[in-house]
Ligand binder design. Structure first.
Ligand code: XMP
Length: 513
């Protein structure tokens, strides 16, 4: 790769990976690093630009995250965002104050378009603000280049030094022309030429995975979902037959899924790798017996998965590395950033404390789902696999509310297969972000023929989303829902009612547990 790297220094904000992703969308490679990265490391990486992120702290706080002023003495352009803007002001002798009231949400901002940061941006934009502290006085040499009625310094610049700062968040969707602002920074200010593509990521990842693995044996935890499939193919290109993919069929998969995965990755499939299918349904059902608490279910499934992989690794002998297809939203929602734990995605927060591998490799850890799909296409993975809707690691275990049993798994598998079939028949499968059937733990009274029934209610869900961090309930045509519902109650024993979930994320999540 050439030296076109922009680094994001993470001061604890929630949108940090989003900044990196927006920069990558401008075809400039971008990575997020902790603010403690250190000056020597930064020099070694030779970034063309540095972005300071937002964060929940105040620059005057005793324990607030701060990098040294020397980062601003490297001659590298810097963009500070929100807390990052305040930090820049603070480090360079400006003044930051606490406002009596926070400025939060969409705000009208007056832009001075003579600034290089705002080239071709409108003079009035709506931008996303989320702050209490504000820059009251810019440091020497700076000038104000955007403001709001309550925030005197919505943006500032020191053109000669190539320092820019915005109090608002250009990376979030709610900021109009935000991507243009970031692209102005990387092109006009940092002088990047935008030659990076997903193919470069794939090439670099293959090269660095090959170096990391050396001659060591690698085991890939394959679920057949998009993420672990992309990780597996990446690794197989990097280390060939040093890789063994272990596919644990835990009995919580969709109907026929075990066989479908085997058809792609097994000996009959197109890839040159070792493939082991472990049929461990009973073992998982046994462990989940009587367990109803969602996080406990996730932990049990996560732990049992690892134990299966460890056992397989022992049989293979001398396996150093475990590969997982963890992607960025898994990391953030498991609370490994600074944000609250939403749920422990089993390949991240759901891991047991002690894992019998020398190292866990997560080559997709910084990518979003759609970026993973792009990488999959670059790798030549068939489109039907790449555009497969996501399926969570804990599988139907988190689509069955309450205790998991083989019988309930069977019900939800059958209902889900019918629903998916009807969605595909209606030609909606590519338009929806994710859709599936789940089993409520509720039984209710119905009537079938002349008899009373007391059976389960199945719930259908379909959402539109691009990043799976937020989602809208999809407006599935009524005829499609009606057809699916009628088929489900008629064809699936044990179900007498079908519901549709109309909630978005937030406040709900996509999965039920
Ligand atoms: P939620 O339910 O958190 O889901 O809104 C967001 C996306 O992540 C998937 N998901 C998971 N994927 N392991 C995974 O690999 C997990 O534990 C897990 N939990 C949720 C979910 O299907 C959706 O696409």
């Amino acid at each position: 790769m050439d030296n076109e790297l922009v680094i994001v220094l993470d001061f604890g904000g929630q949108y940090n990976q989003l900044i990196a992703r927006r920069v990558r969308e401008c075809n400039v490679y971008c990575e997020v690093h902790p603010y403690t990265l250190g000056i020597e490391k930064i020099k070694e990486m030779k970034p063309k630009g540095i972005i300071f992120t937002g964060g929940p702290d105040s620059v005057y706080g005793e324990k607030s995250p701060r990098c040294g002023k020397e980062v601003l003495e490297l001659g590298i352009p810097v963009l500070g965002i929100c807390y990052g803007a305040q930090l820049m002001a603070y480090l360079l002798g400006g003044q930051v104050k606490t406002a009596p009231v926070s400025e939060f949400g969409k705000t009208e901002v007056k832009i001075d378009i003579s600034s290089d940061l705002f080239h071709n941006v409108s003079t009035d934009i709506i931008a996303w603000m989320s702050h209490t502290d504000y820059i009251a006085e810019v440091p020497e040499g700076f000038r104000i280049c955007a403001s709001t009625p309550v925030c005197p310094v919505a943006a500032m610049e020191y053109k000669e030094k190539r320092f820019y700062a915005t109090q608002f968040h250009p990376e979030v969707m709610h900021t109009q022309e935000g991507t243009k602002i970031l692209s102005n920074f990387v092109y006009n200010v940092c002088g990047c030429n935008g030659s990076w593509k997903m193919s470069s990521f794939v090439e670099d990842a293959i090269k660095s995975l090959r170096e990391k693995a050396g001659k060591g044996k690698v085991l890939c935890a394959l679920s057949g979902g998009v993420d672990s499939s992309v990780a597996a193919v990446l690794l197989s290109k990097a280390v060939g037959k040093q890789l063994t993919c272990v596919f644990a069929d835990h009995g919580l998969l969709r109907k026929n899924e075990g066989d479908e995965v085997e058809a792609v990755f097994g000996p009959e499939g197109p890839y040159d790798l070792n493939f082991i299918r472990v049929n461990c349904q009973e073992r998982f059902y046994e462990k989940l017996k009587g367990i109803t608490e969602p996080e406990q279910k996730r932990r049990i499934i996560g732990e049992e998965f690892i134990r299966v992989f460890e056992e397989e690794a022992k049989k293979i002998g001398a396996v150093d590395f475990l590969v997982q297809g963890t992607i960025y939203p898994d990391v953030i929602e498991s609370g490994l950033g600074k944000s609250a734990v939403i749920k422990s995605h089993h390949n991240v927060g759901g891991l047991p404390d002690c894992v019998d591998f020398k190292e866990i490799i997560e080559p997709l850890r910084m990518l979003f789902k759609d970026e993973v799909r792009k990488a999959g296409i670059e790798l030549g993975i068939p489109e039907n696999l790449v555009f497969r809707q996501p399926f969570p690691g804990p599988g139907l275990g988190i689509r069955i509310i309450g205790e998991v049993t083989a019988e309930k798994c069977h019900i939800v598998q059958e209902a889900d297969a019918i629903y998916r079939e009807e969605i595909a028949k209606a030609g909606l499968d590519r338009d929806l972000g994710q859709y599936f059937a789940a089993l409520t733990n509720m039984r209710s009274v119905g009537v079938m023929g002349d008899g009373r029934t007391y059976d389960y209610a199945v719930v259908l869900r379909a959402v539109n989303t691009s990043d799976f961090m937020t989602a809208e309930p999809a407006r599935i045509p009524w005829e499609v829902l009606e057809k699916a519902a009628s088929r489900i109650v008629n064809e699936v024993k044990g179900v007498n009612r079908v519901l549709y979930d109309c909630t978005g994320k937030p406040p709900a999540t996509i999965e039920f547990e």
